[in-house]
Design a protein. Structure first.
Length: 199
């Protein structure tokens, strides 16, 4: 269908914009961050995804390729339709989404309107599986950053002791800040464990 639409923003409704493309007005549903970024009267190019049903033809629009890719990936998850996928993108940036997947943070998804605990768990499980198979998704979600963190010996040691990735990262960062750059990994792990024991 349409790969993109370029035109002038003629109007904005609650969740959509009306794009005037050479005199033809297209209603395009966009994530809230996109809705907030573009103003009436300005030209915009929207990457589009067309959702076709027997009773409806809906166009979804995005400013960045990673937003559209993530939207399409979410649609591939059982129980996630366009409305739920758009709700996720309206509530989380691609980088925040990637962090939640990496940290298995189901709670981050349950904060999204329309996403319950079971659906959040399904998103985490299926996206983790896709990360290992899809290079494009890995790049969008910052897989290289994740790999760098896993290569951190102090964080890896804390994770082996039962800390979640998020807990290990926060504790190691806090310990390094207190101890200074000269601290060894052993010093960092010891200080991180002590700080967590006091919580």
């Amino acid at each position: 269908m349409f790969a993109f639409l370029r035109g002038v923003i003629a109007a904005k409704t609650l969740d959509a914009i009306h794009l005037d493309v050479n005199g033809i007005g297209y209603e395009v549903i966009v994530p809230h961050p996109v809705h907030d970024r573009i103003g009436i009267g300005r030209e915009a190019t929207l990457l589009t995804y067309c959702h076709i049903r027997e009773d409806a033809f809906t166009i979804f629009g995005f400013l960045r390729e990673e937003e559209k890719t993530l939207f399409v990936m979410l649609l591939s998850i059982s129980g996630i339709g366009p409305k739920a996928a758009m709700s996720v993108l309206s509530s989380m940036s691609p980088s925040a989404f990637g962090r939640a997947i990496k940290d298995s943070d189901v709670t981050a998804f349950t904060r999204v309107p329309g996403i319950g605990k079971k659906t959040g768990q399904r998103i985490v499980l299926e996206m983790k599986a896709k990360l290992g198979q899809d290079a494009e998704l890995g790049a969008i979600l910052g897989e290289e950053t994740f790999a760098a963190e896993e290569a951190d010996d102090a964080i890896a040691a804390l994770m082996s002791l039962g800390c979640s990735p998020l807990e290990a990262k926060k504790a190691a960062q806090s310990a390094r800040k207190k101890l200074g750059a000269a601290a060894t990994d052993e010093d960092v792990v010891r200080a991180a464990l002590q700080s967590m024991a006091r919580v």
